[in-house]
Design a protein around this ligand. Structure first.
Ligand SMILES: [Fe+2]
Length: 286
């Protein structure tokens, strides 16, 4: 059984014609010119009543084992957003409630999708302040590692930062640049996403904190990124957009290199000047 089939088997919430159509639209849009992509066709309703007891129990277990260490390790900016969300420890969140919080803070929206989106489709959503939010949850035998995003990764790990106005601007600017950028920017931009949104560290309160979603959802790697393992330490480099864009990454083990921000303003400002260059070359305005 393929992984997609396994996810369907464990997630009644995506077993519908509505889900199939949304996925097909997102898949097809990956090949369209940027100005013809309509993200609204990718989204579905989160039919929350369809989650099984097993689904809620998986959320409860993931939440329970992560929450204490998160308070220690996560950026204050992340935690402020996290607290504003008021997630239930024992129930999968409703994206409508997430959006009630985000509306007044940044205007970002969490929009339900059944599965993985092609890059251009994903960027088109970000450019409109819409975060394609995977509504499935991992099967109980894959608690530790899932090859694709699920609602724990997307909502617990990503969404809290969308409540911060500075990060919110950064992410939209990233989406606009990535949507319109030429092919020579594909790899640099995927590296930028990886070393910030997924695996970023930040200096706060005179110590290191995590803010990347890949670290939020991995207890083991977050300890490695912050403290290392005995004498072995990852390389922690000061944030440098140009250097990040030249740094390749590997996906199947703990990262040997992390980049550390001084502030989210630093990230937003660097992204803005990169985006201006990209969009000017593409004949677009930021
Ligand atoms: Fe992610």
């Amino acid at each position: 059984m393929g992984h997609a089939e396994k996810m369907r088997q464990h997630n009644p919430v995506i077993v519908s014609e509505e889900a199939d159509l949304a996925q097909a639209a997102a898949d097809a849009a990956g090949e369209l010119p940027a100005d013809q992509i309509d993200p609204e066709t990718f989204f579905m309703v989160q039919h929350w009543e369809l989650y099984s007891e097993e689904n809620h129990d998986t959320w409860r277990r993931l939440y329970a084992r992560r929450i204490d260490s998160l308070r220690e390790q996560a950026s204050n900016v992340f935690l402020a957003g996290f607290d504003a969300m008021n997630f239930e420890p024992d129930q999968i969140p409703k994206v409508t409630q997430v959006n009630d919080v985000l509306r007044s803070k940044t205007g970002w929206q969490s929009r339900p999708v059944p599965g993985y989106l092609p890059a251009k489709s994903f960027f088109a959503c970000l450019a409109q302040r819409k975060f394609p939010t995977t509504i499935t949850i991992r099967p109980p035998d894959e608690l530790d590692y899932l090859p694709e995003p699920d609602i724990f990764h997307d909502v617990f790990g990503h969404v809290p930062l969308h409540a911060d106005p500075v990060f919110a601007d950064f992410l939209q600017t990233y989406g606009k640049a990535a949507l319109h950028a030429g092919p020579e920017h594909v790899e640099p931009l995927s590296r930028l996403f990886w070393f910030t949104v997924e695996f970023g560290l930040i200096h706060e309160d005179n110590r290191l904190k995590i803010y990347g979603s890949g670290l939020m959802s991995s207890i083991g790697e977050s300890v490695w990124s912050l403290k290392g393992d005995g004498d072995k330490q990852p390389e922690r480099r000061p944030f440098d957009l140009k250097r990040i864009c030249d740094t390749s990454f590997e996906i199947d083990h703990y990262q040997p290199i992390y980049y550390v921000l001084d502030s989210f303003e630093q990230l937003r400002d660097a992204m803005e000047s990169y985006a201006n260059r990209v969009l000017e070359a593409a004949g677009q305005t930021a």
